[in-house]
Design a protein around this ligand. Structure first.
Ligand code: UDX
Length: 445
């Protein structure tokens, strides 16, 4: 089949590339000509393991193309996929400006029957709006499909090619076989539903995952006070199939381009129909507070941060991505600066993106994790990059002014910390004392 994908962000680019792999011809369209020029030179605008190799292979083999000409590409296609951004408005509501403009342009370009498939995350009822916009711009027939996307950054290609399920929201049964053919080889678990339910599945799924994270973070906070270990609690809980073990990793809270935006949007969607989503409001509140737990632990360990030197390991909202959108690291670094600390930051990939959003004379940009630790009063680990696992912690401790490590992602085991001389604090686990013997939080051991 011939496809046009509109929008070359995470969802659009990854979907476009992956749909070439089961035999389709795909044109990825974006208004940003600079982005298209770079893509044509096989340069990806997003950091995603494996994507550049797939772009190169499919461009060479003629199954993939990049263009700024939406009209021409739409006319040549059987299916048009809308994958533009739906960022948050200040109210928390999704901004639908880009998707509505794209729908109008698609309508104007159409010269015959098309299937229009929405992959952007959109509030319930948006696909009906899209239908009206397209109908107002074309006399030609078309069908609408809501096909929400569940890919995770860092494993986006694997998630797209081997998803747990594919959701297809339709209102014309004739479209179902076309959708099955389009997703051939990805998975057999295809749930066909009505359009509004498909739209809701996406928000409900992200809200549920965010709830799991905030839940385990609160359990972690209680574990610290009662002397339990949240990693063991999560393991014990997760073995119950009804609970499941994923998304029970305690830490400094969720960030990224989806959970913060989609939880707020769902609260707003509920509010628009006079329903107060009390549980989800608490999930968001817990998540906002959780990041400041790092600051509390620093205060307990080293007192005032004025004039202190604090190392920060990790700025991305999670590992294997350069994305710093809604990263908890942002507010933590800002708070450290505000309290007068000198902040030595290191991230293997995301430092440039972070720096574009926030820089300050009190920040020192480091090229190695060891450099961020040297001379510091404490190191705080904010992203669980695997590179941090390989650091010689004993050697690092000997270079620090005060050998304190605050692990916001529970990356290290007790065995890895013991004998290093570090005073170690993590999330919802007993603290481990350093050789200095000074360990105000080591009481649970
Ligand atoms: C998420 C959804 O997983 C995906 O289905 C959707 O399409 C987009 O949003 P993504 O934002 O890429 O994907 O990352 P994900 O791996 O889900 O992590 C989100 C955040 O939650 C990260 O900040 C991560 O550190 C945090 N997290 C995740 C936890 O704190 N604990 C966990 O157990 C899992």
């Amino acid at each position: 089949m011939k496809l046009t994908v509109i929008g070359t962000g995470y969802v659009g680019l990854v979907s476009g590339v992956c749909f070439t792999l089961n035999g389709n011809h795909v044109v990825c369209v974006d208004k940003d000509e600079e982005k298209i020029a770079k893509l044509n030179q096989m340069e990806s605008p997003i950091y995603e393991p494996g994507i550049e190799a797939l772009i190169e292979m499919n461009l060479r083999e003629g199954r993939l193309a990049f263009s700024s000409d939406l009209g021409e590409s739409v006319r040549r296609s059987d299916i048009v996929i809308l994958a533009v951004g739906t960022p948050s408005l200040p109210s928390g509501e999704a901004n639908l400006e880009y998707i509505e403009n794209a729908a109008a342009e698609v309508g104007q370009a159409m010269d015959g029957y098309k299937i229009i498939m929405t992959k952007s995350t959109v509030p319930v009822g948006t696909n009906e709006k899209i239908r009206q916009i397209i109908a107002a711009n074309t006399p030609h027939p078309f069908d609408i499909v809501s096909a929400p996307e569940f890919l995770r950054e860092g494993s986006a290609i694997r998630d797209t090619l081997h998803p747990d399920r594919i959701i297809i929201g339709i209102d014309n049964p004739k479209v179902e076989p076309v959708m099955r053919e389009l997703h051939q080889g990805f998975t057999d678990k295809i749930v066909v539903t009505d359009i509004r339910s498909a739209e809701m599945i996406k928000y409900a799924s992200n809200a549920f995952l965010a709830t799991k994270i905030s839940f385990i973070n609160e359990i972690a906070n209680i574990c610290e006070k009662v002397g339990a270990d949240v990693t063991e609690v999560a393991e014990g809980m997760g073995l119950d199939k009804r609970i499941g073990s994923s998304f029970l990793q305690a830490g400094i809270g969720y960030g990224g381009s989806c959970f913060p935006k989609d939880t707020k949007a769902l609260i707003q969607i509920a509010g628009n129909v006079d329903y107060e989503f009390k549980l989800l409001k608490s999930v968001v509140e817990v998540n906002t507070d959780q990041r400041f737990m790092i600051l509390d632990k620093l205060h307990e360990s080293i007192g005032s941060l004025a004039g202190a030197m604090v190392g920060v390991w990790g700025l991305a909202f999670k590992p294997n991505t350069d994305d710093v959108r809604e990263s908890p690291a942002r507010e933590i670094v800002e708070a450290l600066v505000k309290e007068g600390a000198i902040v030595k930051v290191f991230d293997p990939i995301a430092a440039d993106n972070f720096r574009k959003q926030y820089d300050h004379p009190q920040i020192r940009w480091c090229t190695l994790p060891e450099e961020a630790a040297e001379g510091s009063d404490a190191v705080t680990l904010l992203t669980d990059w695997s590179v941090f696992k390989d650091i010689d912690l004993a050697k690092m401790a000997s270079t620090m002014r005060r050998p304190i490590l605050i692990d916001g992602r529970n990356l290290y085991t007790k065995a890895q910390i013991e004998g290093t001389g570090l005073e170690y604090h993590s999330v919802g686990r007993p603290s481990l004392g350093g050789l200095s013997g000074y360990s105000p939080m080591a009481t649970a051991l």
